[in-house]
Design a protein around this ligand. Structure first.
Ligand code: ZN
Length: 387
């Protein structure tokens, strides 16, 4: 029996370790994409580097003229945080028992390694598949996401290069590999609200207009409003106040304005325009004078049952013996930029318990299982297309 904890006999582990060694804190790539490109070129991929400003991106494609399956992901990682808090140096991959420690082990260098190894194995047994394969890899997913996936997608759209199926390797799993597939994500809409009043002395309130008193019942109404009830795939839309600030610091001054920042995580039952007009109506009902500016951070997307979801569920059932849950919870991901092109998009990666934390780690067995699931997904797609 092969020793999975020995990098010499576990190619996914070896590649994950080589990627972790490259300290690619956003927006650095630190040579990760070159390493992947070299492996992919060897099995017939055409590599296009697409740098935009400070961000390195890679588009790698195998074959032309057939429906396109794409692995997507990011080589950048979040900063290590206080190095002293780590048991092992964050950018020195370290095996302790059956676990690999290092920044990016779970988010998402383990996934990248599993994709590459699964691709190599698939092409070894299926040299000219019924579909084309691609990689869309960026180095700015954890950062401001301006020069990464969004720009690559613009480039692909301009030349009408379409992705039909896309698997993003984000760490979707909860307790064990494959227990959760993300088949969509909620939208994210932020409001920057300024409620206007009239500053004055607290002893002479009739000469002032207190924006905090005006806003409080309106904010309470916003916080208790039911925006929708969600649906089979999405939890109910949530409204959260993230920041509230008003006052001069003095106890005898009624402030002139109140600033509130709030955020919606919304389902596909509502859209951003509907949420905005409902907020306006509610603020108007309370007679507030205000300014309101919006930032749309991401549109919601949903990939319903179809080739990709079905093939992935079947792959997990075969390899892992469990049936995954389909969820749309969690933060935004680069899937939001890929889905609007019409692609079916899902996210499937290792367990997310330690991502962005100190002592980030991945179970070595999970790397192998993930590789097998990705490989089985490719085999399932091939069988669907040739059935
Ligand atoms: Zn990630």
């Amino acid at each position: 029996m092969t020793d999975l904890t020995n990098p010499a006999s576990n190619p996914t582990l070896a590649l994950t370790m080589a990627l972790i060694e490259r300290a690619s804190v956003t927006p650095e790539d630190a040579g990760c994409q070159q390493l992947m490109a070299a492996r992919l070129a060897k099995v017939g991929f055409n590599i296009e580097m697409m740098p935009f400003a400070d961000t390195l991106n890679m588009w790698a494609r195998h074959g032309q003229g057939k429906p396109l399956f794409c692995f997507a992901g990011h080589t950048d990682v979040v900063p290590s945080g206080p190095v002293d808090a780590w048991h092992t140096p964050p950018f020195q991959p370290t095996i302790i028992g059956d676990t690999l420690f290092g920044r990016g082990a779970a988010d998402m260098k383990g996934s990248l390694a599993a994709m590459v190894v699964a691709t190599e194995q698939f092409l070894a047994q299926e040299p000219s598949p019924a579909f084309n394969l691609a990689y869309l890899i960026t180095s700015d997913e954890e950062g401001p996401f301006i020069n990464g996936t969004v720009k690559v997608i613009e480039t692909l759209e301009a030349r009408q290069e379409k992705i039909r199926w896309c698997l993003v390797g984000e760490p979707s799993s909860h307790l064990q590999v494959g227990d959760v597939i993300k088949n969509g994500r909620r939208g994210s809409l932020t409001g920057h609200l300024t409620v206007k009043g009239i500053q004055g002395h607290v002893a002479y309130p009739h000469l002032a207009d207190n924006p905090i008193h005006k806003a409080a019942p309106a904010l309470a109404a916003l916080a208790t409003e039911i925006w929708d009830n969600g649906n089979a795939y999405f939890p109910a839309t949530s409204f959260q106040i993230a920041n509230i600030q008003g006052g001069t610091g003095a106890s005898n001054v009624i402030p002139g304005e109140l600033n509130v920042m709030f955020n919606f995580r919304y389902s596909t039952e509502v859209d951003a325009e509907q949420l905005q007009s409902r907020v306006y109506a509610l603020l108007d009902k309370f007679g507030l004078h205000y300014q309101l500016e919006w930032t749309l951070n991401g549109l919601p997307f949903l990939t319903e049952q179809g080739d990709l979801v079905d093939s992935t569920v079947a792959a997990i059932e075969k390899v892992r013996g469990i049936t995954p849950r389909l969820e749309t919870t969690g933060g935004t991901s680069d899937g939001r930029f890929i889905a609007p092109t019409g692609a079916q998009v899902i996210e499937l990666g290792p367990c997310n318990a330690t991502i962005h934390k100190v002592n980030e780690c991945v179970a070595i067995a999970d790397l192998s299982q993930l590789t097998e699931v990705y490989l089985q997904l490719l085999i399932n797609l091939q069988q669907r297309l040739t059935a």
